[in-house]
Design a protein around this ligand. Structure first.
Ligand SMILES: C[S@@+](CC[C@H](N)C(=O)[O-])C[C@H]1O[C@@H](n2cnc3c(N)ncnc32)[C@H](O)[C@@H]1O
Length: 243
């Protein structure tokens, strides 16, 4: 990625020839390819440093075709679903792929993430960021409806982030191994009520839900306070387990 003097970050795949960088314009790829990490690059009178993006950098730069699951929520999902290196996970929908990146990091290098998405334009955005993450070898994307597709069997976990997750529960529960976990993410409280009732009705146990509030602190000498620009409500996470 290129980082400007104001700390703004721009993802770029280093390749020869004129290279388009989103929100920045076209840069000379030959020049970029000759640089090492930490080197300076001048573009149109602006100064940039070349760095390899961390997972958090990629998530902050991701193009939002659809609403993404932000890091304060997504990083809790592998913990509550007991996802680790080697796990097999089904996910839907893919959207811009923000959650996909977190799941891939958790299962890599030996696991598998099977992602289902209805819209090709959303899947294309996700594909670009998965390529940049370097964890693409563990990814199996599918264009299709998670409610009706033939899902892989005996998976360790399922994550549903789609407008009507209750419609996919029957197929998702069928895909889970005994003891496997499921998480659904919904932005609205009325959706959460419908979802949790449906999860209980699907025979899932250990059903619980929460939202996470993260308060950034502004720290100056002699002045420490919560930021005025808090990331407020994003969504509710609901969990369950097949026993
Ligand atoms: C909110 S976005 C997902 C965002 C994603 N989790 C992220 O963190 O970037 C919801 C996505 O679900 C997809 N979707 C809706 N219904 C679906 C279904 N039945 N099967 C697969 N994908 C579906 C939509 O096309 C949309 O891209």
């Amino acid at each position: 990625m290129l980082v400007d003097e104001g700390g703004r970050k721009f993802p770029v795949v280093a390749k020869k020839g004129m290279t388009e960088v989103r929100r920045l314009g076209v840069i000379d790829g030959d020049k970029l390819c000759r640089l090492s990490l930490g080197d300076r690059l001048d573009v149109g009178g602006r100064r940039f440093v070349v760095l390899r993006p961390s997972l958090n950098d990629l998530l902050s730069m991701i193009e939002r075709k659809a609403q993404i699951i932000t890091a304060k929520d997504s990083f809790l999902i592998p913990l509550h679903l007991d996802i680790a290196c080697g796990s097999r996970v089904v996910e839907a929908g893919v959207g811009s792929g923000a959650l996909t990146l977190v799941l891939l990091k958790a299962v890599s290098p030996e696991g598998r993430v099977f992602s289902y998405e209805l819209r090709a334009d959303h899947a294309d955005v996700a594909r670009r960021y998965v390529e940049m993450s370097g964890d693409g070898a563990c990814w199996e994307p599918h264009l299709g409806d998670v409610c009706t597709e033939d899902l892989p069997k005996d998976v360790d976990a399922v994550v549903l982030d789609m407008p009507t997750p209750w419609d996919a529960l029957a197929n998702a529960v069928k895909a889970l191994r005994a003891g496997g976990h499921i998480c659904c993410y919904v932005p609205n409280a009325n959706q959460l009520e419908q979802l949790v009732n449906a999860m209980r009705g699907s025979g899932l146990t250990e059903v619980y839900s929460f939202e996470t509030i993260q308060r950034e602190m502004v720290v100056h000498e002699g002045g420490v306070r919560p930021s005025f620009e808090n990331l407020g409500h994003t969504g509710y996470l609901a969990f369950g387990r097949k026993v």
